[in-house]
Design a protein around this ligand. Sequence first.
Ligand SMILES: [Zn+2]
Length: 344
Amino acid sequence: MGFGSFDLEAALQADTPVVQWEECLCLLCNGRRWSIVVEAPDTTLGSAGLWFAVVQCQDCGLCFTNPRPDLCSIGQFHSEKSPFPVHQINRPLSWWWRLLRRGARQKRKLSWHGQGRLLDFGCGGGDFLKRMQRDGWEVTGVDASAAVVQRLRTELGLRAFVGSLPHPELTASSCDVVTMWHSLQHVHRPLEVLRAAHRLLAPGGKLIVEVPNIDSLPFRWFGQNWCGLNLPRHLTHFAPQTLVQTIERAGFYAGPVRMVRHADWVRSSARLACRQAGAASWYRWLRGKLISGIAGWYSCLTSQSDCIQVTALKGEGDEEGADAIPQAATPEAGRLPRDRFRNR
Ligand SMILES: [Zn+2]
């Protein structure tokens, strides 16, 4: 595989899953030429984790994990273990921490759209769906985990389906909004998923995508220890330009890229970096809430934040245009006022 850091013997002793590997062409332009951006381990298994490479297409600039576990193998890497800590807030937050977190929790407020039919792709625990249902939305969830979907149906009473997009239970033009909160980077064929979302949306429907941003200050600070890599579960590593290109390639009219802060990610990445031999001493400072919060603000203000969000529209006359490749969103800018891209 050409992974110098991969210790096969140690991996086998650690009962590492057997992986069917696949090398893929660029997920955006089918390009065959790429260069390695970073190599990093699966951090959920400690020192026994396999190593993976993120490469960048030399034609379009898209970054993706390559080679990667195939569709049948990737499930072995999804478990309850996660590099992202779940922070339970059981005590009052100090004023400075509330200020630093302000904005990070606002990303999921949506303005009413169409008939209020919403599909959340990669819906996970269903918190977002439940909240939107309380606000009057007719909600549907899709998730790869059968256990998750079963719980959503039985415990929360939500409409949810196991699988991906396209999905046989979902019909064309049946949604007004499709949301993808940190799910698009997990799929093997992001263009196919986006094109399916395009077909699901009614004309004028809205797509909202949020993903980690590899063209970010935290990635440059932490490299292989950046939480947003999450290898091998993250298969595509978007940057603002490539996210917009991918969305537009699927037939949407993409709005401006919005920066989203995750101070938690800065802290988690700093903790991971500090475990490495020879780690820079300043990583220790970024493990604290105040400094990591300031770092998150700074990366956001300089448009180099951990995460990015794009709202895109399906054009009014795009019933059959899911596979069309718009040359640019610019000519449509007059027909689709920028206000329509706002989420709230
Ligand atoms: Zn490419």
